[in-house]
Design a binder for this molecule. Structure first.
Ligand SMILES: Nc1ncnc2c1ncn2[C@@H]1O[C@H](COP(=O)(O)OP(=O)(O)O)[C@@H](O)[C@H]1O
Ligand SMILES: [Mg+2]
Length: 473
């Protein structure tokens, strides 16, 4: 814009032979005139233009009275010698600068006054002849059009810029909003994860509590009759021993009848007498095994699991092993799993006993699964399947911790799977045989409930070791 103005001013000055040229433009819609550009030529060829941009009344560089006349009348004002016009005699500028030829012309475009052109020459009188005036009018009409265009262009540029600015701020807003949304998304994801965890826990605790109640009920029902049998077996065997003694006494006396002879033959008395005590003995063993199982079941399903209690951890592990007994036994495709216990003597440990039993159960059954798998895949090359369980108290930073290690010598867990084993629903087992919940629940029980640690060490092909750490408070 300034470039356009200065060249416009220069051309006008050169054409008119003026020594000074001032351009005033109306500001916006108000009719206030702003002194926009002042060009002066001290020596010819050298025109200097400044852009003061001050209001007419604040400007010392022009005859304000002349401008006001033109503004009011909307017509050209020409003076051959300003010093001689009485109406201007009081004008401070005229008094001071003593201009001679003077021309002041409104710039009108499409009926609107855009501004005013002021020209003067203080060396020559009667400079602005009619001929010059015509040329100047033409020039100024062109200038008006150029000015209007420039203004439009400037407006456009301003609009563009403000558009760009609002675009920019919109982008910023979008950015901020996106970040906010991302944050909210993260929170939401966390909430979903928490919900999933709670759900898993709920499902499992629901399952466990109904299973626990059922097991406890059955154990209780079996407990009475089995005590009955177990308690009476010793009586029964002593009675039978008495009867056997009595029969041998009878046999010493010699009063056999054909009927007795026949019966003796039929029942094979000698065999019966040797076999009967054996039968009774195995019945005694069987019944005491049943009693143990019932006891384990009752311990295992402990209905007090909502409370922390001081318990014998070894009892919990042994009960779990008892329940898993049938799975440890030899099968058609694998020998019996040897369980090696390395128990250190432990005090009673304060914990949620029922839940810890659940952890032992999950880890031990996974170990058995892994050993079964190793044999089923036909790749077994070790001596025999082993599960090693060790317990110890370990002092760490002044507090004592119970450490239980459960290790198997199956095929181990590859690194990429090991990273996921504690995830809920992660399983490598066939549909229907694995739920993928065992370890995630165990993790929650050990880490969340007991504030402990559950870690897994595994060397491929060597086996897997789970380490449970429970703070002993
Ligand atoms: N002792 C182990 N040896 C090899 N893999 C194991 C062992 N324990 C756990 N895993 C792996 O961890 C996965 C998750 O175990 P878990 O959460 O108990 O679910 P599930 O037993 O139902 O598959 C198992 O599918 C298995 O791939
Ligand atoms: Mg499992």
């Amino acid at each position: 814009m300034e470039q356009l103005l200065s060249s416009m001013m220069r051309v006008t000055m050169e054409n008119a032979g003026a020594s000074k040229c001032v351009l005033l433009l109306t500001k916006d819609k108000s009719l206030d005139l702003i002194v926009t550009a002042i060009s002066t030529s001290s020596k010819s060829e050298f025109i200097k233009t400044t852009f003061p941009s001050v209001r007419l009344n604040d400007c010392e560089d022009i005859p304000i009275s002349v401008i006001n006349i033109v503004k009011r009348k909307g017509k050209i004002f020409v003076a051959d010698d300003a010093r001689e016009i009485t109406t201007l005699a009081a004008d401070r500028y005229i008094l001071r600068e003593q201009p001679q030829s003077l021309l002041c012309m409104p710039i009108i475009h499409q009926g609107k006054m855009l501004g005013i052109f002021y020209l003067e020459n203080n060396f020559i009188t009667a400079l602005f002849t009619q001929q010059r005036l015509e040329v100047l009018k033409l020039l100024i009409t062109q200038a008006a059009i150029a000015l209007e265009n420039a203004k439009l262009y400037q407006n456009l540029a301003e609009v563009n810029q403000s558009l760009e600015e609002s675009n920019h701020s919109l982008e910023e807003k979008v950015e901020v909003r996106t970040q906010e949304l991302n944050k909210k998304n993260q929170i939401l994801n966390q909430v979903i994860e928490d919900l999933q965890n709670t759900q898993t826990q709920l499902i499992q605790s629901e399952k466990m509590s109904s299973l626990g109640q059922m097991v406890a009920g059955i154990a209780h029902e079996i407990n009475n009759p089995i005590n009955f049998i177990h308690g009476n077996i010793s009586h029964a065997s002593s009675y039978i021993q008495d009867l056997i003694d009595l029969i041998s006494l009878y046999q010493k006396e010699d009063f056999s009848t054909p009927e007795i002879e026949e019966k003796l033959e039929e029942i094979d008395l000698d065999f019966l007498l040797t076999d009967l005590p054996k039968i009774l003995e195995s019945m005694a063993i069987g019944s005491s095994r049943i009693r143990n199982i019932v006891l384990s079941l009752r311990n295992f399903s402990r209905l007090d699991e909502s409370e922390m209690k001081a318990v014998d951890i070894h009892e919990g592990i042994d009960n779990t092993l008892m329940i898993l007994q049938h799975r440890l036994k030899a099968k058609s495709d694998r020998p019996e799993i040897e369980v090696i216990k390395e128990y250190q003597s432990l005090p009673e440990i304060n914990c949620y006993a029922g839940q810890l039993n659940q952890v032992f159960m999950n880890i031990l059954s996974n170990a058995i699964d892994a050993l079964d798998d190793a044999f089923a895949s036909g790749k077994w090359s070790k001596d025999k399947p082993i599960i090693r369980i060790s317990t110890e108290l370990v002092d760490c930073n002044g507090s004592s911790n119970l450490v239980i290690k459960i290790a198997d010598n199956a095929s181990g867990i590859p690194e990429e799977i090991r990273r996921k084993i504690f995830d809920p629903f992660f399983t490598t087992k066939a549909v229907g045989s694995g739920t993928g919940l065992g370890l995630s629940i165990s993790y929650q029980i050990v880490v969340d409930k007991h504030k402990g640690k559950l870690t897994c060490n595994s060397k491929s092909e060597e086996g897997t070791e789970f380490v449970i750490l429970i703070p002993n408070l």
